[in-house]
Design a protein around this ligand. Structure first.
Ligand SMILES: Cc1ncc(COP(=O)(O)O)c(C=O)c1O
Length: 430
């Protein structure tokens, strides 16, 4: 019979897990999951875990969602995957039409890839090459302190979480970080951005941000007004604005896309994670006809955008994405989420009474509780992680920040259970 113990043993014999110190698994074993349904994951020993982090922020409508399952099965019967250079297919065409219709008018073209980091690389490369195609070399990118854009080299270079970046410092492209509005006042952050734009004037291809929430940066949150003013600065200094909505897109912050709350159109919009409802790897970069046209010429002019990935535009992933958009449309998800957002807000209140809580914050379906009074060495996040698992909840704190990012189908009762367990775990730390 398959058990957690023998699955672990077989796993450890051959697998190196992501974002892990493998030695940690000696004291905090990973959990082999046998199946998942709705908001719950089930292990081989019969335990269950409420997925409070949407399985790394990807799942929107629950695990094994009957509608998405059905649509993937339909796709599977007709076309699983084809090369996307020189060929196309109906699910990708439909998905592109729908993404264009959902986003601001100036976003008119979709470039597909297969993960969030690749979407970021594509936006960086396109913005650099746009200028190069016009005879200008602009080799500077500006991002925000405390930002996270993925783990590939370009994405790491514009990121600023030292845990992931520092070790590779010598081999990353040079970038500059402006102060983050999540950590300093909006005015200070804008002055810092403008100072960099002035200093590197004529050399900057793009500014990249995570609109509203710097998720991997301890769920640092800031207001839409910063994005409005940043758009003005980018226009003033004639640089592109890249909105990395890999984590915050598809309703996470309340609106379909976070930039909507600022009524701002970025020059590049990077989407992934929730795009397939958490089923399959897919990403998309949306941009304007103006950018597209700077690459459109005879092949021998050497201005083509030749970036490619084998699984780009995968048909099963596109079918999952279309099914995800169907659910948004047919079930008024954004409206229904408002009730849950309000419920989470009320449940967050009680955390403020705990002595070891520094701050609580929320943007839509993302909420965070920042703890205080602990040295980094203590790894309180790990203590909360273990406590939550013992109590049937999957939480994965970022350092001293316990956060909630539930699938949208999680019931109020389940949300309450998830937050009560976090509350008890935090209270017990004192
Ligand atoms: C804002 C942001 N950008 C990019 C990425 C990278 O996406 P992926 O893990 O799919 O490469 C992440 C992942 O968490 C993210 O939060």
């Amino acid at each position: 019979m398959l058990t957690n113990a023998n699955m672990r043993k077989r796993d450890l014999a051959n697998i190196w897990h992501p974002c892990s110190q493998m030695k940690d698994y000696e004291s905090v074993p990973f959990i082999p999951i046998k199946s998942a349904k709705a908001s719950y994951l089930y292990d081989f020993d019969g335990n269950r875990y409420l997925d409070g982090i949407s399985s790394w922020w990807v799942n929107l409508f629950g695990h094994s969602n009957p509608y998405i399952n059905e649509k993937i099965k339909e796709q599977l019967e007709t076309l699983e995957h084809i090369i996307f250079a020189g060929f196309t297919h109906k699910s990708a065409v439909t998905l592109a039409e729908r993404l264009i219709a959902l986003t601001p008018k100036k976003l008119q073209k979709v470039f597909f890839a297969d993960n969030g980091s690749s979407a970021v690389e594509i936006a960086l490369k396109m913005s650099f090459q746009y200028y190069k195609n016009r005879g200008e070399v602009r080799d500077v990118f500006i991002s925000l302190e405390n930002s996270y854009h993925g783990e590939t080299m370009g994405a790491l270079a514009v990121g600023d979480v030292s845990l992931y970046k520092e070790i590779y410092g010598e081999i990353l492209i040079k970038t500059h970080q402006a102060l983050s509005p999540a950590l300093v006042s909006e005015d200070e952050a804008l002055v810092s951005m403008e100072t960099l734009l002035v200093k590197h004037q004529g050399k900057v291809s793009a500014v990249i941000i995570e609109p509203l929430v710097q998720c991997a940066g301890s769920m640092g949150m800031y207001d839409a007004s910063y994005i409005v003013k940043l758009r003005i600065l980018c226009d003033r200094y004639n640089v592109f604005l890249i909105a990395d909505e890999v984590a915050v897109g598809f309703g996470r912050t309340g609106t379909m896309f976070a930039c909507e709350s600022a009524n701002v159109t970025p020059d590049f919009l990077c989407l992934s994670k929730g795009i397939t409802g958490g089923y399959l790897p897919l990403s998309a970069v949306l941009t304007s006809d103006k950018v597209y046209e700077a690459f459109y010429c005879d092949y021998n002019e050497g201005k083509s955008f030749l970036d490619s990935h084998s699984y780009t535009g995968n048909a099963l992933a596109c079918a999952a994405a279309n099914a995800t958009l169907d659910i948004f449309e047919n079930e008024n998800i954004l409206e229904k989420n408002l009730v849950k957002i309000d419920f989470i807000k009320k449940e967050l209140e009680k955390f403020k009474t705990l002595k070891n809580v520094k701050e609580v914050r929320q943007r839509g379906m993302i909420a965070a509780v920042e703890l205080k009074g602990y040295q980094a060495k203590r790894r309180v996040g790990l203590e909360i992680y273990k406590y939550a698992l013992e109590n049937e909840v999957l939480l994965r704190p970022l350092g001293n920040v316990v956060y909630f990012m539930p699938p949208y189908i999680m019931s109020e009762k389940e949300i309450k259970k998830m937050m009560d367990v976090a509350y008890d775990g935090i209270a017990k730390l004192i």
